[in-house]
Design a protein around this ligand. Structure first.
Ligand code: ATP
Ligand code: MG
Length: 260
């Protein structure tokens, strides 16, 4: 049965999409059947795995609107075990259509129920705001992964998001748990990076992944050419970091399952 992990943050530009793309690639790299769902109308995860938006037929929103079954929107990528459900910019229309649906927060959850068992991991990239689509992602998810950019002001919005997640858990998805907080864009040469990392570990303790994603020109460049970094350079520090995060997640889930 697949684990659904949504990548969420209230702040923009913190590395959600970079994490969604490279973490999905990392799971696929270690042989896990993985599905990346692009839930952000910016479509950066779609282009991040090399899908040309002009060539897309049906998208995620066609499935949300009930026009096609979700599996008909799934596309191949460069990696054998990585599939993607792409998105284009039909965001407002899709949100409006969702609004009028009964059980509108659970539409994605219900759609995924049909295909969840075909994958080991399903990773959802979300927009940097709390709208109906991101609430659908959190309602569908088993785990929430929160990227925390190593800079000032990042911490406050994390606390707000954790509060919101508790609300989602209470009202919509009692099974929602935290996969962890992932420190991103860590710059060894910057004092502020160290401060944010120390602060996060002091307050959030084991919730924070041991692996830290470094600031890496290669990660940035890979996203601009539409490839997970692993595909370009599987020995790079950025790619290796995401493989380590994937392994940490697998260990956490296995530990949780053996205790329950
Ligand atoms: N570890 C990293 N090192 C260097 N650059 C990075 C790293 N992670 C992300 N970036 C770059 O930072 C920018 C923002 O990253 P990304 O798009 O992943 O953030 P996001 O949270 O998805 O943004 P949005 O909220 O707009 O969806 C991008 O240009 C990306 O290439
Ligand atoms: Mg993004």
């Amino acid at each position: 049965m697949g684990y659904i992990i949504c990548i969420t943050s209230l702040k923009g530009g913190v590395g959600k999409t970079t994490t969604a793309v490279n973490l999905s690639a990392a799971f696929a790299w270690v042989g896990k059947k993985t599905l990346l769902i692009d839930c952000d109308p910016q479509g950066s995860a779609t282009t991040g795995v090399g899908v040309n938006k002009k060539r897309i037929g049906r998208t995620f929103y066609d499935a949300l609107a009930g026009k096609v079954p979700l599996e008909e929107t799934v596309l191949d990528t460069d990696l054998e075990f990585l599939k993607v459900i792409p998105v284009r910019g039909e965001f407002l229309r899709a949100e409006l259509e969702l609004m009028s649906k009964p059980g509108k927060e659970k539409v994605l959850r219900n759609l995924l129920a049909d295909i969840k068992k075909r994958y080991d991991y399903i990773i959802i990239d979300t927009p940097p705001s709390l709208n109906l689509t991101s609430i659908n992602a959190m309602t569908a998810a088993d785990r929430m992964l929160i990227p925390l950019q190593c800079e000032f002001l990042a911490y406050e919005s994390l606390v707000q998001l954790l509060r919101f997640a508790r609300l989602i858990k209470k009202r919509l998805n009692p099974d929602l748990k935290l996969a962890g907080v992932l420190l991103t864009m860590y710059d060894m040469g910057e004092k502020v990076s160290q401060q944010i990392a120390d602060n996060a570990r002091r307050h959030l303790k084991k919730i924070v992944f041991k692996t830290i994603i470094p600031r890496s020109v290669q990660l940035r460049e890979a996203s601009s050419v539409g490839k997970p970094l692993l595909v370009l350079d599987d020995e790079s520090v950025g790619a290796r970091s995401y493989i380590k995060v994937a392994r940490e997640i697998m260990v956490r889930i296995a530990r949780y399952e053996s205790n329950n």
